[in-house]
Write a protein that binds this ligand. Structure first.
Ligand code: NIG
Ligand code: FE
Length: 409
């Protein structure tokens, strides 16, 4: 199946075939989106075949030809941090927070993640899958062309396996890359409240071996935070994950300067995610490391907490990745165009920086930089055709609306 797209007003985020592959972009390089105006693009059996300027388009035939006059084409969004598999919304807690109860207080009262775990453990796997597939199709219609999904609402061996099996079925059901992270260390179940070490033991000795043996997860995640999993517990868990080749991708520095970023870097995490609480020490730790800082401003927006210091991180020469954190508690939206609007208006990222953060850097945060993130010969043809829009900046500018006309994948 060959798809030819012609008259593309701007083909964005292109990468030449014969140059050193771009693995991620950092610092000032984040300001640039290489673009071919008035372009054509060929996707052959799902793989980017060739592209160029309309002035020099060779004679060719295709099974489907799309006239993209007035539209832009860019690589599909790579959303590297979601909790898209969940059983029920938490709109009641949303109202409690409006009335002044904090996210941490709700968690202390046994709501929050434990609330989601109760619902998930009670739900039939088939229904959980159906609901999750609907969410996945929705975010794909909003331009997401690769996604990472976490477990972490099971908190029991059965519940965690149920979630990870659902993620595996989702991967088989859609034509986009789906990565899985094992996040049993998301909260302490009620039964372990007074014996936290026993829960860490359970994860390491009972859950991890099964998850690894069944090949159910790519990455090891921990909610490293005061009141959740501290540094010593996080270190034990990350070391245990590494024994099975599961790289860390951790929740860090959401609510406090907890040392999570430094711990992630020390354990060669692929990414450290959230980063609302980041200062000089965290930035210094990230410099010289390969660990990707992943910012989740949708969660800061929804919880009404301080935004991540994206400018300081970029101005320090580091890369920034953006992801949605789609989950029922802190960010019930997987809408990447809306995320881009928040990143531009609140984190003061330019549209180009924000788009780099959710394309090539999003791909890197899931080890998909060889397959996704730029328009390059040989990469997957997972691309977005936009509505008729005047500029790249119009995508975050037109906030709350949907600039995506079609996702091809
Ligand atoms: O990334 N911070 C921890 N985990 C999720 C929220 C989970 C929940 O509240 O259900 C997050 O924000
Ligand atoms: Fe999260």
């Amino acid at each position: 199946m060959r798809i030819l797209i012609t008259n593309i007003a701007a083909l964005c985020q292109t990468e030449a075939a014969d140059t050193t592959p771009i693995r991620r972009v950092a610092g000032t390089a984040m300001s640039s989106i290489p673009t071919v105006n008035d372009a054509w693009l060929v996707i052959d059996n799902g793989i980017i075949h060739s592209y160029g300027s309309m002035k020099s388009m060779p004679e060719m035939t295709a099974d489907e030809t799309i006239d993209a006059t007035g539209r832009m084409v860019l690589p599909a969004w790579c959303d590297s941090h979601t909790h898209l598999v969940f059983a029920a919304p938490r709109d009641g807690e949303f109202v409690d927070r409006i009335k002044g109860v904090s996210y941490e207080e709700i968690a202390r009262r046994g709501g929050g993640i434990l609330n989601s775990a109760d619902k998930l453990n009670a739900m039939d796997e088939g229904l959980l899958y159906e609901q999750s597939l609907q969410r996945l199709h929705k975010v794909m219609s909003q331009g997401t062309g690769a996604i990472e999904i976490k477990s972490g609402y099971g908190l029991t061996l059965e519940g965690e396996l149920k979630m990870l099996r659902v993620i595996r079925k989702l991967r088989e059901a859609v034509n986009i890359p789906v990565k899985a992270s094992f996040l049993a260390a998301h909260a302490y179940p009620r039964a372990y409240r007074d014996n936290k070490e026993a829960y860490v033991d359970l994860i390491i000795n009972k859950m991890l071996p099964v998850v690894a043996a069944e090949g159910l997860a790519d990455y090891m995640d921990v909610f490293c935070e005061q009141g959740f999993f501290g540094i010593p517990e996080t270190e034990r868990l990350l070391e245990a994950g590494w024994k099975y080749g599961m790289k860390p991708k951790i929740h860090a520095n959401q609510l406090h300067h907890s040392g999570g970023v430094q711990t992630g870097v020390k354990h060669n995490a692929l990414s450290v995610d959230h980063l609302e609480c980041v200062g000089d020490a965290e930035i210094e730790a990230l410099k010289g490391s390969q660990t990707m800082p992943v910012l989740l401003p949708g969660a800061a927006f929804f919880l009404g907490i301080t935004y991540q210091p994206a400018r300081r991180i970029i101005d320090a020469g580091l890369p920034v990745c953006l992801a949605t954190d789609y989950n029922p508690g802190s960010c019930p939206s997987g809408n990447v165009p809306l995320l881009l609007s928040i990143a531009c208006t609140q984190l003061k990222m330019t549209p180009e920086e924000a788009i780099n953060a959710v394309t090539i850097n999003g791909a890197a945060a899931m080890e998909l930089e060889d397959k996704m993130g730029t328009i390059k010969h040989g990469k997957l043809g997972n691309i977005i055709i936009t509505e008729k829009i005047p500029s790249l900046a119009y995508i975050p500018y037109d906030y709350g609306n949907m600039p995506v006309h079609r996702l091809i994948c």
